[in-house]
Write a protein that binds this ligand. Structure first.
Ligand SMILES: [Zn+2]
Length: 242
């Protein structure tokens, strides 16, 4: 099955020419307005995996919106824009960065960005958002030993569940990097779905533990965006990866 699973990181007022991860409020608003007009309805990854497992029906035009790293800008800017069109999203949290900052970028001459605290995450969950794990420390999982993989997957799940007092069922590989041991660790930890970026699968949902996402770039025009989420383009990407 092919459906758009959008990947965002930061949403901010001013463009940031040095970053591939910061989409402006204006662009994000236009993208959401267009999706709404097209009749898309947001679902959670847990609902997608449940539907693939139990063959339950999804809306006619399902859409998944994801934010990696759980920055405060998601709460500040994306949340009201999504609420205005009746959309929710999935936010992937680094369990040891809750209420802290992007410590994994230290020493790389990148801006220090505040990550969402527990009360903001609970507020999003209460509004129907899905909270997923993005590891304990945002490490590249293709470089890790078995014990480290277990920590990034099982411990981050446990830490977030304890903080949120609710199940955490979905995962996103930091940097989109994964390999078979990483995928197995995600499965053993009990996640039902995991997001990659561009795995070599034959459709978006061919492997629920390595879902393909649409990387929405700051340089994308609304036309580029429309092309990237269109059914023919999603099918073409799947075909190209075969
Ligand atoms: Zn990340």
């Amino acid at each position: 099955m092919n459906l758009p699973v959008l990947m965002y990181h930061r949403i901010q007022l001013e463009p940031d020419k040095c970053s591939d991860l910061a989409v402006t409020v204006k662009a994000f608003q236009a993208q959401m307005a267009w999706l709404k007009k097209q009749g898309y309805q947001t679902i959670t990854l847990a609902r997608l995996s449940g539907s693939c497992r139990d063959k339950t029906l999804l809306p006619a035009r399902p859409l998944i919106i994801t934010f990696d790293d759980a920055y405060v800008s998601v709460f500040e800017w994306a949340r009201p824009i999504l609420a205005a069109v009746g959309f929710t999203a999935t936010v992937f949290v680094v369990s040891r960065a809750v209420g802290r900052y992007n410590f994994w970028d230290d020493g790389q001459n990148l801006p220090r960005l505040t990550c969402l605290g527990i009360s903001e995450l609970r507020n999003l969950a209460d509004a129907g958002w899905e909270i997923g794990s993005h590891g304990t420390e945002h490490l590249n999982m293709t470089d890790l030993s078995g014990e480290q993989l277990r920590r990034e997957t099982a411990d981050s799940k446990q830490e977030l569940e304890k903080k949120l007092e609710q199940p955490v069922e979905v995962f996103a590989y930091p940097f989109g990097s994964w390999n078979e041991p990483a995928r197995l660790a995600v499965q053993s930890a009990g996640y039902g779905a995991a997001c990659a970026i561009s795995p070599g699968t034959s459709s978006v949902t061919a492997d629920l533990l390595a879902l393909r996402r649409v990387y929405v770039k700051p340089t994308d025009s609304l036309w580029d965006f429309r092309r990237k989420v269109s059914p023919w383009y999603l099918s073409y990407r799947a075909w190209k990866k075969r």
